[in-house]
Design a protein around this ligand. Structure first.
Ligand SMILES: Cc1cc2nc3c(=O)[nH]c(=O)nc-3n(C[C@H](O)[C@H](O)[C@H](O)COP(=O)(O)O)c2cc1C
Length: 165
């Protein structure tokens, strides 16, 4: 059994829900998994693998996710890591691979991540603040796709089993 940390950076809670989906799927596949806000993650130790998820705002990966990768770069370089972005408010993420934004690509290169993945996002119809409230008039919805997540976790699980005896 491997110990996996799923860390998330969120502004409106959607990425926390996505991280919970990932965590539940990993547990279902037998991995001892902790899901935690990236800002609350201390020094990394006793983890066999890490998933860092962050939402996308104006093409930028969430600050808490970026900071975690920067702060724990040495530890993250020593274990298998997957970086996750969640954002698109349509079905495109589940239909094909979306190339990572620059922040995610840079973070992946910094720590030698095993993979990067973009999932759909969520925007509440009554989202507060500008420009979210304006965007919500046309783009509100939940595009976090549990089946897409499950397919991806299956792939991660396969790699983990090969990497962590
Ligand atoms: C102001 C604003 C800007 C956004 N910019 C992007 C973007 O550049 N790319 C993208 O894929 N999604 C974008 N989104 C969608 C969010 O990434 C999506 O709502 C996500 O699920 C939010 O995650 P959170 O609830 O964890 O903060 C944007 C949403 C808002 C409200």
């Amino acid at each position: 059994m491997s110990h996996v940390l799923v860390a998330y950076g969120t502004s409106r809670g959607g990425t926390q829900g996505l991280a919970d989906l990932i965590g539940n799927d990993l547990r279902g596949r037998g991995h001892d998994t902790v899901v935690r806000a990236a800002g609350d993650v201390g020094e990394l130790r006793d983890v066999d693998a890490v998933i860092v998820a962050g939402s996308l705002y104006a093409g930028r990966w969430h600050r808490d996710a970026r900071r975690l990768v920067k702060r724990e770069a040495v530890a993250l370089s020593a274990v298998p890591v997957w970086l996750v972005a969640t954002g698109p408010l349509d079905g495109t993420a589940a239909q094909g691979q979306i190339p990572p934004v620059k922040h995610v690509a840079d973070a992946a290169e910094r720590i030698g991540a095993r993979g990067v993945q973009t999932f759909g996002g969520r925007l509440d119809p009554d989202a507060k603040g500008f420009p979210a409230s304006a965007m919500a008039k046309t783009s509100a919805g939940d595009w976090r796709d549990a089946e897409h997540v499950a397919r991806w976790v299956e792939q991660v699980d396969g790699e983990l089993r090969a990497l962590v005896p």
